[in-house]
Design a protein around this ligand. Structure first.
Ligand SMILES: Cc1cc2nc3c(=O)[nH]c(=O)nc-3n(C[C@H](O)[C@H](O)[C@H](O)COP(=O)(O)O)c2cc1C
Length: 225
């Protein structure tokens, strides 16, 4: 017991302005528990309530889509407009009302080149049309205007997460989804790099800069994986 008390894993920490009671974090795990339209279900609310009861300091939700054409998995949560707020708020409320100081971040994502929904076949997108061996196809290249719209959608997703009562967000920047394509030198063609990327800048940093420059400032934790 004494050994456990001394372990750093059980010491309090913090992310930005949010204090976290220990260093145990439940990593984002897609639950396939939303409705076909991406709305929160009782199953999801009860799943997160049970996870919070387990004693972790922080839960990161499974990925939620921020852009209306950026959901990639079936029955994935969406936070693409305000109609989703009452549903996602239920998750944050269920975790907080337990009263054991568990924090919860909403993970925000855009499917990018890994878009697998038949109704969104024109939305397998990436910074450049570079063949993707996993999906066995070449994604469509995003226009500068589309990229700007996606950055805006991430920023709105952060605002909605805050409104819904989450303690912070995690931007999904890994595993081949859209933001990771922008970070990978293998997925950005030379043409994009030399002609268009200088105009666009770093998409990942742009999301942070738009959010930090907006009403939330630095009051709300923005994390990334
Ligand atoms: C079923 C399943 C769903 C996952 N969903 C997500 C997700 O929504 N977002 C994410 O960032 N990672 C997701 N992951 C990845 C995990 O968060 C984690 O990074 C991965 O399992 C490796 O962690 P480990 O090294 O501790 O096993 C998922 C993993 C699994 C097995």
């Amino acid at each position: 017991m004494e050994k456990r008390a001394k372990s750093k894993a059980f010491m309090a920490g913090g992310i930005g302005p949010v204090s976290i009671k220990n260093r145990l974090v439940r990593a984002a795990t897609f639950e396939q528990g939303a409705t076909d339209k991406g709305e929160v279900t009782d199953f999801l609310v009860e799943l997160y309530r049970a996870l919070a009861k387990g004693g972790v300091g922080l839960i990161i939700t499974g990925h939620a889509a921020v852009h209306p054409r950026g959901y990639g998995n079936p029955r994935m949560m969406r936070i693409t407009d305000d109609t989703y707020l009452p549903g996602v708020s239920r998750i944050a409320k269920a975790v907080h009302e337990i009263g054991n100081d568990c924090k919860i971040f909403l993970q925000l994502n855009h499917a990018g080149r890994q878009q697998a929904r038949p109704e969104l076949s024109n939305w397998a997108v990436a910074p450049s049309p570079v063949f993707d061996p996993l999906m066995q196809r070449t994604p469509r290249s995003l226009s500068v205007e589309e990229i700007e719209e996606i950055v805006e959608c991430f920023a709105l997703g952060v605002l909605r997460a805050r409104k819904a009562g989450f303690d912070g967000v995690e931007i999904h920047s890994a595993h081949g989804w859209l933001i990771s394509s922008f970070l990978s030198p293998h997925k950005i063609s030379v043409k994009m790099r030399t002609e268009e990327l200088p105009k666009i800048g770093c998409v990942f940093l742009q999301i942070f800069s738009v959010v930090r420059g907006g009403s939330l400032g630095t009051t709300f934790p923005l994390s990334s994986k």
